[in-house]
Design a protein around this ligand. Structure first.
Ligand SMILES: O=C(O)CCC(=O)C(=O)O
Length: 278
């Protein structure tokens, strides 16, 4: 079968069998250099705002700021300093990122992976994980977030109806805030002891994850190396019914008769600046 995405039919079968698929060397060096530059600028811009969020009256553990439609989530650490936990809908702060996270090849990957020609682009996110910033992601399955965000979430395709592609910008190792997956307990929790596998990646590699896969990541303990991550996530159109926060998300993407993709706003999409997040 001819494919237009990043994954072969065998790789798609392996994705469903093991709950994830690592595709090495999928993006070119030039594309990774551009991504690195664009994402570094976005993070620097978000870091500049921290000085305005230090007022003692701001005691919350989490602080949210919208910059150019993107939703920046800051987390307060025990020493009261702030780190950036994530940036939702990052295409507002840097529309160039859309050329990768919503490229024709990426969209066809999700058409082929989910087995549909009708998608909603839900997630376009940056996780900066700067050296020593203390940000980590405890063990979870992405389906937990989909269901808590939208209680009416529906697995309309019967295959999870959702997947994400993680695009590590820097080399990723266990030491610099790398990500692990649990090889046991997929697709359903079986009460088995975790069988953790750390995912090592080089810039240009792509990691696809199924929403039923348990995973998590530790803090970045490397004094110098960032572990910046770009994440793009799509669901079958109709699985989600709520506005996801940030810019350039909640878009419906369908396959045209000419074989290309067409983008329209999802009916539940609203002004991103007034949307709320999970
Ligand atoms: O960026 C990370 O380290 C973790 C990402 C993750 O767990 C997620 O997006 O669900």
């Amino acid at each position: 079968m001819e494919t237009r995405g990043f994954l072969t039919p065998d790789e798609i079968a392996l994705f469903y069998k093991q709950g994830y698929l690592l595709k090495p060397k999928a993006l070119s060096e030039a594309e990774m250099e551009n991504l690195n530059q664009d994402i570094t600028e976005v993070i620097d811009r978000a870091l500049e705002e921290i000085q305005n969020l230090q007022h003692p009256a701001f005691s919350d553990d989490e602080q949210i700021l919208y910059i150019d439609g993107s939703r920046v989530v800051y987390k307060r650490r025990a020493d009261r300093s702030l780190s950036i936990a994530r940036i939702n809908g990052c295409g507002g702060m840097q529309p160039n990122l859309l050329t990768t996270i919503r490229s024709e090849k990426m969209i066809h990957t999700f058409f082929e992976l989910l087995g549909t020609t009708d998608l909603e682009h839900l997630i376009s996110q940056i996780h900066p994980k700067l050296p020593g910033d203390g940000i980590s992601f405890p063990r979870h399955r992405d389906i937990q977030f989909r269901k808590s965000f939208d209680p009416n979430w529906q697995d309309i395709l019967g295959n999870g109806s959702y997947a994400v592609c993680l695009i590590p910008i820097d080399r990723m190792t266990p030491e610099n805030g790398g990500l692990w997956i649990d090889r046991n307990n997929y697709p359903e929790p079986q009460g088995l002891e975790e069988d953790l596998e750390w995912i090592h990646t080089e810039p240009g590699d792509l990691l696809f994850m199924h929403p039923y896969l348990y995973h998590g990541s530790g803090p970045n303990a490397n004094p110098a190396l960032c572990r910046k991550m770009l994440i793009t996530g799509f669901c079958a159109f109709g699985a989600n019914h709520r506005t996801y926060p940030g810019a350039h998300v909640n878009t419906r993407i369908t396959l045209t008769e000419e074989g290309n993709s067409a983008i329209t706003a999802a009916p539940w999409s609203q002004d991103s600046a007034t949307s709320i997040g999970h």
